[in-house]
Design a protein around this ligand. Sequence first.
Ligand SMILES: Cc1ncc(COP(=O)(O)O)c(C=O)c1O
Length: 449
Amino acid sequence: MASLEQSRQLVTEIPGPLSLELNKRRASAVSHGVGISLPVFVARAGGGIVEDVDGNRLIDLGSGIAVTTIGNSAPRVVDAVREQVAEFTHTCFMVTPYESYIAVAEELNRITPGSGEKRSVLFNPGAEAVENSIKIARSYPRKPAVAAFDHAYHGRTNMTMALTAKSMPYKSGFGPFAPEIYRAPMSYPYRDGLLDKELATDGELAAARAIGVLEKQIGAANLAAVIIEPIQGEGGFIVPAEGFLPALVDWCHKNDVVFIADEVQSGFARTGAMFACEHEGPNGLEPDLICTAKGIAGGLPLSAVTGRAEIMDAPHVSGLGGTFGGNPVACAAALASIETIESDGLIERAQHIERLIFDVLLRMQAGDDRIGDVRGRGAMIAVELVKSGTSDPDAELTNKLVTAAGAAGIIVLTCGMFGNVIRLLPPLTISDELLIEGLEVLRLLLADL
Ligand SMILES: Cc1ncc(COP(=O)(O)O)c(C=O)c1O
């Protein structure tokens, strides 16, 4: 394939005529339960660009929801997938296994936080990894309850809907949900700070509030696991106050509660570290189990649970698995992706992107009181929009901005419990120039609204 030109170009209105045609076919063939952020149909993508079927080139600030961290059709992934697909596409690891599954497990055991002996098990989407992390955690202490947090998002299967906080669109009408799931207050520095300045800055205080709920409403004797995203994704890129996560881990370890980090969105260099847990405390957090997916395999579907060997080995033989889990093509892609992150210095690249985005957004915030908060790490940065002169969430403004951005050839996504957060998740292969151009377009569009 000829390399994709790295420039924004609009040759039709967005969406263009061919996309509109495809959108009609979509409406009559695809379940209307699947929502589409921007009905622009893709022909090619790579670097920091998505090219549509009409020949428009859009700047990608979404990475297919934090998946193509190493870029779309990354060269090492393309080669590895081609090679594997020509050898065999599937045998099922549970029937006749193959080496690449083991190699991925070894790599995950090596690169995830935690120094002790570890094991991994592979699945397909993030939700399946989360489901299985709960199965594994429950089979270890044999206790029933699981605690998740306010604003959490863990997926769309029955168990993960139960763990997810937001009703619309994720849960509404789809219950009843899995039982024995409880919810604790998250540390949300921006919104906590509106009520109590100390709570916003003192993570241990915010953890004490959460632990109070765990102790009083569940009791450690009944609690198998606490699951948390070290930086919340769909919930609004919420980075908890310093000290919050270490205090929670500490409490879990003292009370035989399995601590699960859901790094499905924040993992694989996205936050300027291989995993977001590494930013916490002087030596980083050591979760008992860690769920990964999204950025793991350069766009191929693969997910994993990795963790302490004694917990990972607790389920009985054949208690874990699935037909497609650890598909050989996805495994080949994962090995190529990890190599790409490490060899191409993508962790440092994410740190550079963080500085660049913060620089622009903080200047924007200084002149615009509708920007309530700018937060995040690495190439996972959010802008929380509020009504001018208040801290009331402004979902309408957020939607208008995202729609205008799409029309101008910039792919951006929203998130947040109140639908008022713009999230920036560029691929780490985007050039500085494209990224700055994308941010500048957003700045101008917001100023116009
Ligand atoms: C933190 C987190 N956990 C789990 C999931 C579910 O992953 P998937 O959509 O691959 O099932 C997501 C997806 O956005 C996520 O952000």
